[in-house]
Design a binder for this molecule. Sequence first.
Ligand code: ACO
Length: 439
Amino acid sequence: MPKDTLSIKDNSTGNEAELPLLNGALGTPVIDISTLNKDLGLFTYDPGFMSTASCKSAITYIDGVNGILLYRGYPIEQLAKNSTFLEVAFLLMNGELPSKHELSTFQLEINHHSMLHEALRSFFDGFHYDAHPMAMMAGVVGSLSAFYHSELDMEDPEHRRISAMRMLAKIPAIAAACYRHSVGWPFVYPRVDLEYCENFLNMMFSLPSQKFIDQDHYIDPVAVKALNLLFILHADHEQNASTSTVRLASSTGANPYACIAAGISALWGPAHGGANEAVLSMLAEIGTVDRIPEFLARAKDKNDPFRLMGFGHRVYKNFDTRAKIIRDTCYEVLEKFSKDEDPLFELALALEEHALKDEYFIEKKLYPNVDFYSGVIYKALKIPVDMFTVMFAIARNAGWVSHWLEMMAEPTRRIGRPRQLYTGVQKRDYIAIDDRFSG
Ligand code: ACO
């Protein structure tokens, strides 16, 4: 019978080790190298974690080759079609879809925690009006730890659950406050009669002066449906850079709000959650349809750092299954809100068409990722471009807290501590300043 092990030989010494092969419920088996250093005196080197599983997790499964994405076993297509963001958040956090009663209790609890402490609201006054909303998000979410720390017992599952609920409940209000601070509008309190995405749209856009005209003016059903869909698609993506950051920070036992703030910071970069903002900046730079060939040529030029933002993915190498789902919604939203108003949309659709026909992109399997379309949808919904990554953060927060809960419930938790291949100067002696070469 074949053994579930892998033999490895160090040809420089002739030493050998037999390492266990671990099979998950789905997907590629992994080699357990945790004894490698003890057995052979070696570490492994894998920049960018191209071949390394950093943890065991039962939350999300991705098969990038076949375009499969499962949350707790449920295909993303089915969740996108039938579910709401809050139901998906419950699923990610708890492992099962809620009953009607569980979902309404979950919603009630979210409502209960959705207010921000008035003192926290005043933190925004310290930011300049033109501060990037992601900078405010990271700062204000991190500062939640100043409000919820001394009472928090991280070893108590109920304390951990409440922390996760607070995070889920408060993040939309913080996100909306980031926007409103930048435009100088008063902050809007959450409303218990609205569902999660409706509440967010209301906190973003409603004006006290219009209260008596049509207070639900900004809660358009097409916008609410699109937001729920986008948030579902962005809710989790297994061990991506920001989730891994949350896990690494959490492995030290740090306050959960500080850990989520670390995740927000990691999400900000244009190679990750900042891509949707970068897509819009790129479209603005391209400007007109006739300049597309010029920019495609730049994207293909190895000596030019320019990349087509919103194209390519570390995991999906045939298509981004989320992009496929979102494409139709993108057209629906554009149809309703602004197809004819903004030439940027025409440009986006033309760029998509050109790139999908281009040999370089076909050969390298570079397809539009979810963020190519999400940026376009957010723009149509009148969400300012610098808020796009904040929108991503609201959604991904559901995944972050689920991974945090999963990790903190593990009986044997270890601090995350990668090794390195040292390439610096070897040991040398200190030279007194007067004796150093001053050349
Ligand atoms: N435009 C032009 N060429 C590209 C692009 C692109 N967007 N993406 C990859 N390539 C090329 C690379 O130059 C490389 O070419 P080579 O083989 O000749 O060296 C090849 O395709 C493979 O690219 P890698 O960078 O090795 O792929 P990796 O898996 O490391 O990177 C990433 C994936 C970061 C997403 C990359 O495709 C990229 O930068 N895309 C643009 C940014 C973006 O849209 N990010 C959002 C990701 S989705 C998310 O975070 C939710």
